[in-house]
Write a protein that binds this ligand. Sequence first.
Ligand SMILES: CCCCCCCCCCCCC/C=C/C(=O)SCCNC(=O)CCNC(=O)[C@H](O)C(C)(C)COP(=O)(O)OP(=O)(O)OC[C@H]1O[C@@H](n2cnc3c(N)ncnc32)[C@H](O)[C@@H]1OP(=O)(O)O
Length: 332
Amino acid sequence: LNNNIAVCVQENILRFRAQGHGAKGQNEYEFSLEFFLPVKPEVSYKSTQRQVNITVHKEQRGWWDRLIVQERKPAFLAPDFDRWLDESDAETEIREKERRRLKASRHKEEGFVSLKTGYLFVYNLVQFLGFSWIFVNMTVRLFIFGKDSLYDTFHTISDVMFFCQLLAAVEVLNAAFGFVKTGVFPTLIQVSGRNFIIFVVFGSLEEMHRQPVVFFVFYLWSAIEIVRYPYYMLGCFNTEWKTLTWLRYTMWIPLYPLGVLAEAVAVIQSIHIFDETKLFSIPLPKNIGTSISFSYILHIYLVLMFLGLFINVRHLYKQRKRRFRTKKRKAN
Ligand SMILES: CCCCCCCCCCCCC/C=C/C(=O)SCCNC(=O)CCNC(=O)[C@H](O)C(C)(C)COP(=O)(O)OP(=O)(O)OC[C@H]1O[C@@H](n2cnc3c(N)ncnc32)[C@H](O)[C@@H]1OP(=O)(O)O
């Protein structure tokens, strides 16, 4: 065969033309075939000294009763029985291919799901251990030292609380990347609100370290978390413990407002310290004034805090309704 080959599929018709040596000697040979069912327009071919192999793909997988539209096939057309599949063979092969493809994709998905579940489980476990340590430590100290324990909460607990709250930033990413089915905004409010309190209001002012309000803030935070994280841990195995679910979606009703109230008290207590120490104050040009106290930011924060409380209480109320509603439906 010469290289002068033209092959194409147009309107479901395969057209072939080539120069070569065949039954009529050196000549131009051509044929066209209209396929029985739709084929893809892309066609590929491979030419050797002896033959041209043309590959055309069916638009849809499946068995065809015949190759071309005409019932009588042209004389030059004969099946290659080495590669012939009868109807049941073809179906079996297609089904086998489909099964292998599904298995491979399920395998991939399962790998991802188990990795994600493992990661979430470890994350929740670490947070559970951290907050349990905080809660138990504070409770034991309260029993042993009574009222005195309220004054040194920051010194005994803050390192672990810093760690847990910094780590909690991961929860915003989990929500953002869709690892957990939850809104990014409520989580962002929760994490940034708490981190503002612990790192700015408590962390940067030594005068705040010995305030009893630290005890109330830390105790309220940890009380809710020692229920929330085990609830998530069980969720990783699609298991639930009814009492825990009830606690997770009920405890916030008194604890969230109380927690925000305790945080508000801490912010208000810190205002005069920021005013006196001028810490984080924003310097101004001399002709305008000396500086803007950080306490202005704190006033704005106090407003944002109640806005944040409103958004999160609404979010948790919705989650509670959703959770208890689906459970009832499942029980019916
Ligand atoms: C722009 C920034 C502004 C900054 C300034 C804002 C200032 C605002 C300040 C506001 C003050 C807030 C400070 C905080 C105060 C307190 O904490 S007070 C103490 C009491 N606190 C609480 O009661 C709140 C506890 N926290 C929460 O409940 C959450 O953090 C939440 C974000 C508020 C709500 O959680 P959410 O994840 O949306 O709800 P869930 O129903 O629990 O979860 C939904 C589904 O997702 C699964 N899931 C979630 N997380 C995980 C995980 N880590 N691992 C595995 N699975 C997870 C969960 O299982 C649910 O799935 P289903 O069970 O299938 O429904």
